[in-house]
Design a protein around this ligand. Structure first.
Ligand code: ADP
Length: 458
């Protein structure tokens, strides 16, 4: 339309020029001075009119061209500025251009929003997520993935995966995921300062026509889960073993008692006492297991009810509870507490922890010795010490004695009525109160357990 219009306007200009020139030429032929002047004048008028018409048509077209250039360059917020007396066609084109720009603006806004949302989702995920194309070039890498693979996120997109993650097993899995239609799940071991286990879910990325153009991988660190799983299996095996020993004895002696040949009252009584001892042992183990799992569960669910308690009162109660046992073994208990120490705690749990430590100290000390209990303040924490003059613990065992069922001398512990769970219970109680426990020991000289707990502010 514009070209047609332009054509007509140019044609009119040309005709005017031709008429002007021909009239001028005719006049020139007359060779009179006046007529020559009139020739010059007509030529100038024709040129002026032609130029005016050309400029009038080309100026808005030039503005439109500039506007389209800006749209192409992404400047979508301007509108074409036209004067009122533009032709209708120019207005139509300008309006269409503005509509195209508005549509582009809308689409770009939608894409931007989707990209922001995707970035927010990827950024808030605990799992690592990355994607690669068919050439294994990384197209996406979320912050969690960068953390798991210990790389700088900014520098990985656009680089080949084998260059960024040097784990041959992972590269091979990604390669095999291109050819599948389902998700692959696999655990891999990452060797490093400490080995870690990563669980991978790999799935192919497909376009609408079903062609795979990449692979997406979701990664989670399952090291802790594996450790816990290992601990659980270990614990179940240990519990079974610990329960089986007294149970086998009970079954054996009960069978013996059922034998009609066993009639001697002293013998019967001896067997019954053995059964009772093993039954008590079974009871203690079960009680300790239940107690441990209750503390763990309550700590996990933050269900331990804590309030400000006097440490002096708790230590005195613990001493009272152990007094009879200590006296039986001629062991004295010495208690020294700096006045006014308070901790926010479940007092029964803290008393249980201290009783367990005193109980061990009595069990592993010879008669005539003393057990020292001290409590003092150190900054924002209070320290409780239980020190004995007993057999001591060899250094190589010190790091393991808080594990469930770990004993330095299994037979001795059993003989002394230990369950192997006492220190594990103490450790869990202390941790559930935000505290720490440590041990120092010298073989043949004695052992000192120290508990630190946050001090109550009131
Ligand atoms: P147990 O019921 O066998 O005493 P614990 O968990 O209470 O189990 O303690 C684990 C191991 O730590 C004990 O078997 C013992 O070898 C050692 N132990 C604990 N307390 C003392 C102590 N005060 N003196 C010497 N050894 C100790």
């Amino acid at each position: 339309l514009i070209l047609r219009r332009f054509f007509w306007q140019t044609l009119v200009t040309f005709l005017i020029l031709v008429i002007a020139l021909s009239s001028s030429l005719y006049a020139l032929l007359q060779t009179s001075l006046d007529l020559r002047l009139s020739f010059l004048l007509s030529t100038l008028v024709a040129l002026g009119v032609g130029t005016y018409l050309a400029v009038r048509v080309s100026r808005p077209i030039e503005r439109l061209r500039q506007r389209l250039e800006k749209v192409a360059a992404g400047e979508l917020y301007e509108v074409v500025d036209l004067s009122k007396n533009e032709t209708i066609e120019i207005f139509e084109i300008a309006r269409s251009t503005d509509q195209i720009a508005a549509q582009l603006r809308h689409r770009i806004d939608v894409i931007q929003r989707q990209s922001d949302e995707q970035e927010a989702v990827l950024g808030s995920m605990d799992e690592g997520l990355f994607a690669v194309d068919r050439q294994q070039i990384i197209t996406l890498f979320n912050p969690a993935a960068a953390k798991l693979f210990r790389v700088q996120r900014q520098s990985v997109v656009g680089r080949p995966l084998p260059e960024v993650v040097r784990v041959p097993e992972l590269i091979a899995l990604v390669q095999s995921a291109f050819g599948t239609t389902h998700t692959i799940e696999e655990d891999i071991e990452m060797l490093g300062d400490s080995s870690r286990y990563l669980r991978l879910h790999l799935g192919p990325l497909r376009n609408r026509s079903g062609e795979s153009y990449g692979v997406v991988v979701v990664v989670s660190d399952v090291t802790r889960i594996r450790e816990l799983e290992g601990m659980r299996k270990n614990f179940v095996a240990n519990v079974s073993h610990e329960l089986r020993t007294p149970l086998t004895s009970i079954q054996g002696f009960a069978e013996t008692l059922l034998n009609p040949a066993v009639t001697e009252p002293t013998e019967v009584r001896r067997f019954l006492e053995i059964i009772q001892r093993h039954a008590n042992r079974l009871g203690r183990i079960i009680e300790d297991i239940l107690s441990l799992s209750r503390i763990e569960k309550d700590a996990e669910l933050a269900q331990i009810e804590k309030k400000s308690e006097s440490l002096n009162d708790m230590l005195s109660t613990a001493v009272e509870l152990c007094e009879v046992k200590a006296q039986k073994k001629n062991i004295s208990l010495s208690l020294k507490v700096a006045a006014d120490l308070r901790v926010v705690c479940d007092r029964y749990l803290i008393e249980q922890a201290i009783v367990n430590l005193i109980d061990n100290a009595i069990r592993y000390s010879d008669p005539g010795k003393t057990i020292f209990l001290r409590a003092s303040r150190s900054g924002a924490t209070v320290n409780v010490e239980v020190e004995d003059q007993g057999v001591g613990i060899p250094q190589k065992h010190l790091s393991r004695i808080f594990e469930r069922f770990y004993r330095v001398d299994r037979a001795r512990s059993r003989e002394l009525g230990g369950t192997g769970l006492g220190l594990a219970i103490v450790k869990h109680i202390v941790q559930a109160h935000g505290g720490t426990i440590s041990v120092e020991s010298f073989l043949g000289q004695g052992t000192k357990f120290s508990i630190s707990l946050p001090q109550a502010t009131s």
